[in-house]
Design a protein around this ligand. Structure first.
Ligand SMILES: [Zn+2]
Length: 140
């Protein structure tokens, strides 16, 4: 039996996003795509914003991207997290933008890197428990 780790804010996993979390568990960053027209979309949704088809498929992203913007979250406390944390809007090389936590990148935090806009990132995966693996990002 898997036991959910207490004290962690868990993402909502619904019909439209299950493929994403199955992907992170498998070490893949998946992007929803439309099999009808090929458009990529993030966040996942039930239909294609370009051609309105209801079919869904996904591609596996290369796992690389660029920092579009970021915030350093120092307060208030986040359950299960040691602050500060860096949250970035990341432009994936595939052309979609997603939010992600960047590790080892707090400005003046004593880590190896300070985050900056335009920094190249590479995805990694942090297994929380049997039910949740989170994508995290590091300097590429
Ligand atoms: Zn489409």
């Amino acid at each position: 039996m898997s036991a959910a780790t207490p004290g962690i804010i868990r993402p909502m996993v619904g019909r439209d996003s299950a493929f994403f979390w199955e992907g992170t568990a498998a070490g893949e960053l998946r992007i929803q795509c439309c099999p009808a027209c090929g458009a990529l979309r993030f966040p996942p949704g039930p239909s294609c914003p370009r051609c309105h088809a209801f079919d869904q498929s996904h591609v596996v992203a290369a796992g690389t991207g660029t920092v579009f913007s970021y915030v350093v979250h120092r307060h208030p406390p986040v359950p299960g997290k040691e602050l500060p944390i860096v949250l970035a809007l990341i432009d994936l090389d595939e052309g979609v933008r997603m939010v992600g936590e960047v590790v080892d990148a707090v400005p003046d935090g004593g880590g190896p890197e300070d985050i900056e806009i335009g920094m190249r990132l590479r995805v990694d995966f942090r297994r929380v428990d049997d039910e949740l693996t989170l994508p995290i990002w590091r300097k590429a």
